[in-house]
Design a protein around this ligand. Structure first.
Ligand code: ASP
Length: 434
């Protein structure tokens, strides 16, 4: 029998996880059984993915940069990458604003529902506001300062410091380019092999993916809040999801225009990473798989993936910025505020920056939303309004974040002549082996 393709295995795991949790919820002991005996496997799966993120970035980026041979190539690729990331983020925010202004989901919320939502989630909202407070107090160049680590071991010991690790790997790679070839060779060979080992580990971890997502989704179902409030936020959630779907369309069009690769080819290749983004709500945890899929199934050469994708996972969050725009305007609408055109333009700028500043972990987009709200003069307490549906929307926006990184890496690869044919190392026999 032909083995089921990986993305189908993952989808099956997700569906079975939801069904299993719904059945278990019928029993009095069902929810605690899932929390005690099933959820830990989901956590283990996410930990495994995060475990290899830092070594993967180090090894593949050092190898990628040193393979470039000269630094002008690096700056060319860097300029295009950052330019495209900002471009797609601005498109995403604009789509979000168009959708939310057109549908006006805030006007369907009654006074009573608003009070109920604010009361129910006040505590949760306060903790997000407190987390955002720290970021708000930072000086204008703080973000730049944070990129340069003072100690590489400290940086590498915290998954939240991805940009610092990227910075170190890039300058280390540049150092390797600049020293004589015979001196660089042993170090390069070391990182080459190191990289191969990590890629092998990703293969092994992915064997566990269908079970991991089963556990993650089952735990999510038993832990989700009441469905009544969900319904009240239906139009808001609809706007976010519609915007995200439009953004997906934009990616497939951009990929087609620039690389002539069909939407089916693109989506098929990236599907397992999208599904993991959806199940884990974390672009950082998904990164190892995104890198593998883009390289092996979309044909982007490692020199490009190793540079474009880790940076993308940290700064390019189109789904997050779109969600922030919709959420900000929705909250304003619920409070009966009419936002002027100028304020909405301001939202484009702040949501773009806020998404760049959001960490690639679950719920981070909501923390940075506080800053967008403050800038636009919208009450921060409104955060409580959207709490009930934040997790499912986080899953959807993370999927878009991951897809955006993949799309940009294909376009950058094409522009520097590094887009080839898919070449699968193993575990998935959909494509011919090398
Ligand atoms: N969870 C998102 C990500 O990791 C960030 C966010 O929007 O909360 O990409």
């Amino acid at each position: 029998m032909k083995k089921l393709a990986l993305h189908w295995q993952i989808i099956l795991g997700m569906v079975l996880g939801v069904v299993f949790a719904l059945i278990m919820a019928k029993f009095e002991w069902g929810s605690s059984f899932i929390t005690d005996w099933i959820k830990p496997f989901g956590t283990i799966f996410i930990n495994l993915l995060k475990l290899i993120a830092v070594p993967l970035i180090l090894a593949s980026l050092i190898k990628g940069v040193s393979d470039l041979k000269d630094i002008s190539k690096l700056s060319k690729m860097g300029g295009r990458t950052i330019g495209l990331y900002i471009f797609t983020t601005v498109i995403a925010v604009s789509i979000g604003l168009l959708v939310v202004n057109f549908i006006k989901p805030g006007s369907s919320i009654t006074e009573a529902t608003r009070t109920e939502l604010v009361e129910s989630y006040k505590g949760d909202a306060d903790s997000k506001i407190a987390a955002a407070e720290k970021q708000k107090n930072a000086g204008p160049l703080q973000a730049l300062e944070d990129i340069v680590p003072s100690n590489i071991f400290n940086a590498a010991s915290d998954n939240g410091n991805m940009l610092q690790v990227i910075f170190f790997a890039i300058i280390f790679g540049i150092g390797l380019i600049l020293i004589p070839e015979e001196k660089a060779q042993p170090v390069k060979l070391f990182f080459d092999s190191f990289n191969e080992v990590i890629l092998k580990l990703i293969d092994l971890i992915m064997l566990f993916a269908p079970y991991g997502v089963f556990a993650l989704l089952a735990a999510l179902v038993v832990e989700s809040p009441s469905t009544d409030l969900f319904a009240a936020l239906g139009w808001y959630a609809f706007c976010v999801v519609l915007g995200l779907l439009l953004m997906m369309l934009v990616y497939t069009i951009l990929v087609f225009l620039f690389t002539k690769k069909s939407p089916l080819f693109f989506l098929n290749g990236i599907a397992p990473a999208q599904l993991l983004g959806f199940s884990t709500s974390s672009s950082a945890a998904t990164l190892p798989v995104t890198m593998e899929r883009v390289e092996e199934h979309l044909g982007v050469e490692e020199e490009v993936t190793s540079f474009v994708l880790p940076i993308g996972a940290t700064i390019n969050m189109d789904g997050t910025s779109l969600y922030q725009a919709v959420a900000a305007v929705f909250i304003a609408q619920t409070f009966g505020m009419d936002l002027s055109f100028g304020v909405q333009l301001g939202i484009i700028a702040t949501a773009t920056l806020a998404s760049i500043g959001s960490a690639a972990v679950p719920g981070a987009g909501m923390v940075m939303l506080v800053i967008v709200l403050a800038q636009a003069g919208i009450p921060e307490a409104g955060l409580a309004l959207i709490f009930a549906v934040d997790r499912p929307l986080d899953m959807c926006r993370t999927t878009v974040n991951v897809t955006g990184d993949a799309a940009v890496s294909m376009i950058v690869a094409k522009s520097v002549g590094k887009l080839g044919e898919p070449h699968v190392r193993n575990w998935d026999d959909n494509y011919p082996k090398k």
